[in-house]
Write a protein that binds this ligand. Structure first.
Ligand code: BEZ
Length: 212
């Protein structure tokens, strides 16, 4: 069965562009994003990796480490990084796993044989400080991912990890949030003495509490 939300992210050791990594130890107490790209020296992946490199300060602001993976050796990752710097103005500044034997791709279900039996799909796993999987995404090779959406999801995940709130459709950091149904009105009154806006009794909006 594929990895599901709440599952422990499998630990592994791997060769990367920043030397050998043991995944859980490398994560430490941080949040993590593990994402696969189908193949080195391919066009969409070139744009994606440059984009993630440019967004690294945004991931750092969210206490999140990023690590890429493809089924090519370290030497290819290194040579390709120079192309990415040429095209995108920024070389990858995070480790890229060299999964030439597909061991980690198979462990994480990143190879979907009906799409391709040799390349990974575009998988994303967001992993919490407890090493549990908080979010999964699967895109086909032909569709580059929206990494601003990934940052938005991290904002939501980190807020909801600390407070008993949920975030509505298209929510962005700073906008009102929803008190989860598990919190009774009596408990909500204690937490939110200024009250809430309730278009329906089960839909209670409050200003977002501070993320930390
Ligand atoms: C790409 O990154 O451009 C790509 C990789 C594999 C298949 C199709 C596109």
């Amino acid at each position: 069965m594929s990895l599901q939300l709440g599952d422990l992210a499998p630990d592994f050791t791997a060769q990367t562009t920043e030397g050998p990594i043991t995944f859980h130890a490398w994560l430490g107490n941080s949040w993590g994003v593990l994402f696969s790209h189908p193949k080195d020296f391919t066009p969409v992946c070139t744009t994606e990796l440059g984009e993630v490199a440019k967004l690294k300060p945004e991931f750092e602001k969210r206490g999140t480490k990023v690590i890429g993976l493809s089924v090519d050796p370290v030497a290819d990752h290194v040579a390709w990084s120079r192309d990415i710097a040429d095209v995108q103005g920024q070389a990858p500044n995070f480790p890229m796993i060299a999964d030439a034997d597909r061991r980690i791709s198979l462990l994480y279900g990143m190879i979907h044989p009906s799409a391709s039996d040799s390349m990974t799909v575009r998988s994303v796993f967001v992993i919490g400080p407890d090493k549990r999987i908080k979010l999964t995404l699967t895109y086909p090779a032909s569709t580059g991912r929206n990494f601003d959406e990934l940052l938005r999801v991290l904002d939501s995940l980190q807020l909801t990890a600390r407070h008993q709130v949920a975030t509505p459709a298209n929510w962005k950091a700073g906008q009102d949030v929803i008190i989860v149904p598990a919190v009774s009105d009596a408990d909500a009154r204690a937490r939110y003495p200024h009250g809430w806006r309730a278009p329906k009794p089960y839909l209670r909006f409050v200003p977002a509490p501070p993320a930390i």
